[in-house]
Design a protein around this ligand. Structure first.
Ligand SMILES: Nc1nc2c(ncn2[C@@H]2O[C@H](COP(=O)(O)OP(=O)(O)O)[C@@H](O)[C@H]2O)c(=O)[nH]1
Ligand SMILES: *[C@@H]1O[C@H](CO)[C@@H](O)[C@H](O)[C@H]1NC(C)=O
Ligand SMILES: [Mg+2]
Length: 493
């Protein structure tokens, strides 16, 4: 009796702990598998440095030591933000985030631009949010508005309204068209911007997640880089249906000699048969090569036999193939021009760190003029981002472009945020002069924000400095365009 009771007790205990052990085993091996497979095909969990481009400085540096390097020089550079009086809250949020994570140590000035005069309250609050100089500029009608001869056209208003009816994002907002046109072709000419060699474009309501303890302008300059980005993604097709057609005709007309960056933004069709009229018309994709070639062979044989008047050898199948081809329409790919199509990938232009002169001098401003004459900034809703990217794709080489992988950044719902670099973290040291600015910030909002952020782990493959990231998936691992960037920089093509 006793024994049986005891045995049963053991069994009960075993049954309970055993089941738990078993479940724990499944759970741990499951999570291990999950993390492993996530890491196996993940950029966010790997080192992606290449000889063409890599993170300038992984982890943190002591900003005082960095600035004391004899070769260091502050750059001729500014932040640029186009904005409106009613966006004051978002503007302050952006400037506070920028000051906290970078500019308290470097004091680069800000240029704020508006199509209307900034009001005095706006100017007062923005000026109080930084110790750096802030320039406020108003755009001229020429910079902001479409030319009068365009505005007077009946189709101008019609086509903008029509884009709204067709549900094109921001399509029916005339001001959005003006904004895109301004950033595509006018910002770099504005006198407040043109007085600098470098700019960093920012927007209201963006957020930075890591500390940037070195000077990105100096590192760009030192390494001969011209354009830097954080997010590279696909554009919505219906905003730019004719952009590539006009781009290709600009290239043809000006006999533009492309840089090595160009393959990043196009999909190339099979061009091995360029000197064979028939095959060129029928073959676009690699998978079409073999069947088309074998048909072609049979047809050639048939024609040969006919020529030699060996009519007894006429192959019925080949004859049918010939008839079929004669009546077949070549497949038209409506977005294919000169064997290429825009793959819609673009550098997200709400963040850019770049030289002003890549836009203001040389080919780019001609390209903009050509596009402006085509009317696409109002008859379609061309964004400044795809226009910048196609222009850069023509002019730059891969090595000219830098991916700021170490800058954690969020605009609207998309975010990129890196893991911290192991062994290269330093405690946060506030610039004493910056402390005065902190009073008056909204404490409750700050605490809530901090609670929704995760302190990133430190890993060997990490690149960040003191990153605290939002709980969402990194854009690196969800964007096919980013894979193109990786393939091109790693020479995997
Ligand atoms: N002054 C002014 N700024 C504008 C106007 N429309 C957009 N912007 C600014 O242009 C930038 C991009 O606009 P936004 O609405 O954020 O576009 P999104 O980022 O593509 O959604 C932001 O910095 C806006 O503040 C406008 O009508 N006037
Ligand atoms: C900054 O760069 C601009 C544009 O290249 C130039 O005109 C200006 O003289 C430079 N300023 C300084 C202080 O070097
Ligand atoms: Mg925005």
């Amino acid at each position: 009796m006793q024994l049986r009771f005891k045995a049963r007790g053991y069994w009960k205990v075993w049954k309970l702990t055993g089941i738990w052990l078993f479940m724990a085993l499944i759970w741990t091996s499951g999570t291990k598998l999950r993390t492993r497979s996530r890491r196996a095909n993940s950029f966010a969990y790997s080192n992606i440095d290449t000889s063409k481009d890599s993170v300038f400085i992984e982890g943190c540096v002591d900003f005082q030591l960095y600035r004391q390097q004899p070769e260091y020089a502050a750059q001729n550079a500014t932040f640029v933000m186009l904005t409106r009086n009613e966006e004051l809250r978002g503007v302050l949020a952006t400037i506070r985030s920028m000051e906290r994570h970078f500019n308290q140590w470097y004091q680069y000035p800000y240029v704020l631009l508006n199509n209307e005069p900034f009001d005095s309250e706006f100017i007062r609050q923005v000026t109080a949010a930084t110790r750096a100089k802030v320039h406020f500029g108003v755009l001229s009608e020429l910079e902001w508005d479409f030319p009068p001869e365009v505005r007077e056209k009946l189709v101008f208003r019609e086509s903008i309204e029509d884009q709204g009816d067709r549900g094109i994002m921001y399509g029916n907002l005339e001001s959005y068209h003006k904004m895109c046109r301004f950033y595509a072709g006018a910002f770099y000419k504005h006198s407040l911007v043109a007085q600098y060699e470098w700019y960093w474009r920012i927007e209201p309501d963006v957020e930075f997640f890591c500390d940037l303890t070195y000077d990105p302008f100096y590192e760009m300059s030192r390494r001969g880089k011209k354009y830097g980005f954080t997010v590279f993604i696909g554009e919505l097709y219906w905003t730019v249906p004719n952009l590539f057609r006009h781009t290709r005709s600009f290239i043809r007309k000006n006999k533009v000699k492309m840089g090595t960056l160009w393959p990043l933004v196009v999909r190339s069709y099979n061009t091995d048969f360029d000197d064979d009229e028939v095959l060129r018309r029928f073959i676009n994709f690699d998978s079409e090569v073999e069947p088309e070639l074998s048909k072609e062979l049979k047809i050639q044989q048939l024609l040969e036999n006919v020529k030699k008047a060996k009519s007894q050898d006429v192959d019925r199948e080949a004859l049918e193939l010939l008839i079929e081809r004669a009546s077949r329409k070549p497949p038209i790919l409506e977005d294919k021009f000169d064997g290429e199509e825009f793959n819609l990938c673009h550098f997200w232009s709400n963040f850019e760190i770049a030289r002003v002169d890549i836009f203001s001098t040389g080919l780019y401003s001609d390209y903009f003029k050509f596009l402006e004459e085509s009317g696409g900034f109002w008859s379609e809703r061309w964004g400044d981002a795809p226009v910048h990217t196609l222009g850069l794709g023509m002019m730059l080489d891969v090595e000219d472009v830098h991916y700021f992988r170490d800058i954690g950044y969020q605009h609207s719902t998309l975010a990129h945020c890196p893991i911290n670099k192991a062994g290269r973290q330093l405690p946060y040291v506030e610039n004493v002069e910056y402390q005065g600015l902190l009073r008056g910030g909204n404490m409750v909002q700050k605490v809530l924000k901090d609670l929704s952020r995760v302190q990133e782990p430190e890993k060997q493959y990490g690149v960040g400095c003191r990153c605290k990231c939002p709980r969402k998936r990194d854009i690196e691992d969800t964007s096919q365009c980013f894979r193109n960037w990786y393939d091109l920089t790693s020479g995997d093509r």
